[in-house]
Design a protein around this ligand. Structure first.
Ligand code: FES
Ligand code: FES
Length: 160
């Protein structure tokens, strides 16, 4: 039976009505119209649906609605600021690290979580952070380059 849940998504409070076990992914895409969070495998294996939950990257396809109230959700739409793109978004453009783009929002979410805990990650640390993000287009080398470039930009501008 549908119940009412209060959520905080991208800094805004909202209310949705749905079954408690509904995956957060469906709420984001269908109820809140935040289409940047993508459906890939539906089994917590591909990372296309990743969002930040209190700053940690989690697969929203495997996050039931009942577990979300009281936590801060950030989707790819909430990553950039009013001043423009997040340094990671800019770096992915600059390094041409995007081909079809289907995986990229989830990868950027994982990278945001990584750069919050590690300002100067090694390639090994980046690869470990992206272990659950699949990219079928194979832009991995460019993705690594973009994340390192964003890390440099963020170290040079600590407010980002
Ligand atoms: S759709 Fe959620 S991890 Fe693949
Ligand atoms: S850019 Fe196409 S799946 Fe990654």
């Amino acid at each position: 039976m549908a119940e009412t849940f209060k959520l905080r998504v991208n800094g805004r409070d909202c209310e949705v009505q749905a079954e408690p076990a509904t995956p957060l992914l469906y709420i984001l895409r269908n109820d809140l119209k935040l289409k940047g969070t993508r459906f890939g495998c539906g089994e917590a294996q591909c990372g296309a649906c990743n969002v930040l939950l209190d700053g940690n990257a989690v697969p929203s396809c495997d996050t039931p609605l009942w577990s979300v109230p009281g936590h801060e959700v950030t989707t790819i739409e909430g990553i950039g600021g009013e001043s423009g793109l997040h340094p990671l978004q800019q770096a992915f453009i600059d390094e041409q690290a995007i081909q079809c783009g289907y995986c990229i929002d989830g990868i950027i979410i994982s990278a945001v979580a990584l750069l919050r805990r590690e300002r100067d990650p090694s390639n090994t640390q980046i690869a470990a952070a992206l272990d659950r993000n699949l990219c079928r287009c194979g832009t991995h080398v460019r993705i690594l380059r973009a994340i390192r470039a964003a890390a440099r930009a963020m170290r040079a501008s600590p407010k980002t």
